[in-house]
Every structure is written in structure tokens, then in C-alpha cells.
Design a protein around this ligand. Structure first.
Ligand SMILES: [Zn+2]
Length: 288
């Protein structure tokens, strides 16, 4: 079995499936080739897996979004420790995100000749601007409104590649080893697609491949515990048999494992016991 870094979006199918499931929950009536709802159905499935348009938000708008998100989370879970302590989005938080190039700073500037309003990153702003549309030059407005746009690579990682739970699990592994002690050494490589023999289509993907304090560790992580499926566990079993890691970590953002997923993890544990592969399950929660 060989690995290659992931390039293909792997969550599009999951988003489309979720939209289809949601459709049938909302409208359990039959959907067939002559149904008048077919066009709306197609539109929803397409929209669920479309690349989002980049959006710019001013500092005020970012703070308002943060406030709304905080209210929503605390309404659903009043004891959430991270959101209880993080009361507002400080300027230093935004500066940190801009410094790490997760947010890009820039401004929307209208062209005086054709009127096209376009967003430019701060490094592309100059006293004489050149319109990308009509190619005429015009002076930069004296006081443009700064706004912030999510780095498109980060956006695509978040939307399509499950970046956040993967980073979260890496962070947790970086803090503590399997014995509960602070991790002394940690080396990891990016998520990999795994291929059987010379096959061009991936057999499966692996989120985590790491060496933690000398132990070879592989892991699968999802944004919700419910997202684990039996066919995924069957593939993980084959991967673990081929790679023989010291530890296989199954992790998800959330508060509880559904009983059927827990049963599948136990079965995986038993199937790998005689190969000295320890299977660990882990629920991830953000803490400050
Ligand atoms: Zn123009």
C-alpha cells in the first residue's frame, strides 16, 4: 500500500449525500423521473457541494459574526468552556490570524471608469490603481475601508478536507502521549491517499500518520462521531493490517459516541488485538 498527499476534495460526496438525506427527511413523498420537484432537488444537491464565493468582512462585521456564533453555541451548550471565556473577538485575535495568513487584509475599491467594485489584497494597493476589468488607472480612495477575506487554501481545507478536526487531533497528540504524559517528540506528514498496488484510484485516505515518542501512529478523524460508517472501519482494518502501526486513533469532534459506532470501534479493536495494534477512541473538545 502506498501513500500520496491528498489533492481531490473528499467531502463533496458527503455534502451531497447529506443534502439528499435532508431532502427525504423534509419531503418523504416519492421522488421519481416525472416529479415536479426534480429541478429543485438537483439545485439543492449542486449547491451543497459548490465552492463558496470568497467573502470580505470588515472588523465590525467579523466581530458581529463572532458574537452571533458565540450566542448560538452558548444557547445550545451554556457550559462550553472555550466560548464562555472567549467573550469577544479582540483586535489582537484578528492580527494573529492576519499574521498567520489565515485571513488576508485588503479593501474593496471601485474603478472610476467602469464602476466595477473589486477587492484587492493590501499588497496590491498603490496610489495609482489599475482596474483588472477595463484596464484604466484611477487614484486609490484616501480612506478605503479595510476588510478581511479567508485565505482560499484555508477555506478549501475547511470546507472539503476536514482540516479543523485533523488539526485539532494533531494538537491533542502534540500535548499528550498515549500514557497521558507530555509528548516529548512528534513528527507528522500531511493526510495521505492510500493506493493498492499500481491502482490510480485511492483505496482510502488516512488523516493522521505520525511518530509520537517513537510510536508509529495512524488516525482517522471526523467532524462528528456519527460520520463514521461501517465501510470506513472495514478499510481502516485493512490499512492497519498492512501498515501495522503501534496505535490507531479514531477521533471525532463531539460529546458522545453513538452506540453503533462504539460497537464498530470495539470490533476493530478485537480484530487487531493479535497484531499488537492498540485502537484508541478519542472525543475532541476545544479547551482554552
Ligand atoms: Zn474599470
Amino acid at each position: 500500500m502506498a501513500g500520496r498527499a491528498e489533492h481531490m476534495p473528499r467531502l463533496r460526496e458527503e455534502y451531497a449525500l447529506a443534502a439528499i438525506r435532508q431532502w427525504f427527511i423534509e419531503r418523504p413523498e416519492q421522488l421519481d423521473a416525472t416529479s415536479p420537484h426534480l429541478q429543485e432537488f438537483a439545485r439543492r444537491v449542486l449547491a451543497s457541494s459548490r465552492e463558496p464565493e470568497p467573502k470580505e468582512l470588515t472588523l465590525v462585521a467579523l466581530r458581529s459574526r463572532f458574537h452571533n456564533l458565540r450566542s448560538r453555541v452558548l444557547e445550545a451548550n451554556p457550559d462550553d468552556p472555550w466560548w464562555q471565556q472567549q467573550r469577544r473577538l479582540d483586535q489582537s485575535d484578528v492580527e494573529g490570524l492576519v499574521g498567520a495568513r489565515i485571513l488576508l487584509q485588503g479593501a474593496s475599491v471601485p474603478c472610476r471608469a467602469c464602476g466595477t467594485n473589486r477587492w484587492y489584497p493590501v499588497d496590491d494597493l498603490r496610489t495609482q490603481m489599475r482596474c483588472n476589468g477595463c484596464l484604466s488607472t484611477f487614484p486609490l480612495p484616501v480612506a478605503p475601508d479595510w476588510s478581511f477575506r479567508l485565505n482560499e487554501l484555508v477555506q478549501s481545507g475547511l470546507k472539503w478536507h476536514g482540516l479543523l478536526p485533523t488539526v485539532h487531533l494533531l494538537y491533542v497528540l502534540l500535548q499528550r502521549n498515549s500514557d497521558g504524559y507530555p509528548t516529548r517528540s512528534f513528527v507528522t506528514i500531511p493526510s495521505q491517499n492510500l493506493f493498492e498496488g499500481d491502482s490510480d484510484s485511492p483505496y482510502t485516505e488516512l488523516d493522521i500518520l505520525a511518530l509520537q515518542d517513537g510510536e508509529f501512529l495512524i488516525g482517522e478523524v471526523k467532524s462528528r462521531p456519527e460520520a463514521f460508517r461501517p465501510e470506513g472501519f472495514a478499510k481502516l482494518l485493512e490499512v492497519a493490517k498492512a501498515l501495522l502501526p503501534g496505535r490507531l486513533v479514531i477521533a471525532a469532534e463531539g460529546e458522545a459516541w453513538p452506540p453503533e459506532v462504539e460497537g464498530q470501534i470495539d470490533a476493530l479493536k478485537q480484530s487487531l488485538a493479535d497484531r499488537d495494534v492498540i485502537v484508541t477512541k478519542m472525543l475532541l473538545r476545544w479547551r482554552r
